[in-house]
Design a protein around this ligand. Structure first.
Ligand SMILES: [Zn+2]
Length: 136
């Protein structure tokens, strides 16, 4: 997850402190933010079972494409790339992975309808390009 650093406003990255954690447990594990600009750090402790951690640990998501219809939030650069490719139509065919699941299907299905609407495409892509320019 990429967030705005609470100290300097620079690019900070939130990572899980236990990298080998299996997927269902990832919701709960401790996270650490490290700012790439000033080196500030912030940690969020393991949350109790049943209580999901805030993936942005209470900080502001950095990669927000702001449009008239709402904000489209990308978790990180890979996600931003994916959204851009998907919305520009360069990623029409979803390829199932080895488990038979369609890669990133959930990402796309969670996109708001206005973001997927063809008539808003230019505006959304322009906002994404702006995020790339200003925030990465
Ligand atoms: Zn900073």
């Amino acid at each position: 997850m990429v967030v705005d650093c609470p100290s300097c406003g620079g690019k900070a990255v939130v990572t899980l402190l236990a990298s080998d954690t299996d997927l269902p447990r990832r919701t709960f594990v401790a996270r650490r933010m490290v700012c790439h600009a000033c080196g500030a750090t912030r940690e969020q402790a393991l949350t109790p079972r049943g209580q999901a951690a805030d993936p942005f640990i209470g900080l502001k998501a950095r990669l927000r494409a702001e449009t008239r219809h709402g904000d489209l939030i990308a978790w990180n650069e890979v996600h931003l790339d994916y959204l851009e490719q998907y919305l520009s139509g360069r990623l029409r065919i979803e390829t199932p992975d080895e488990t038979g699941r369609t890669r990133n299907k959930s990402v796309v299905s969670r996109l708001p309808a206005w973001a997927k609407s063809a008539k808003n495409r230019d505006e959304v892509l322009k906002a994404i390009a702006g995020v790339r320019l200003e925030k990465l």
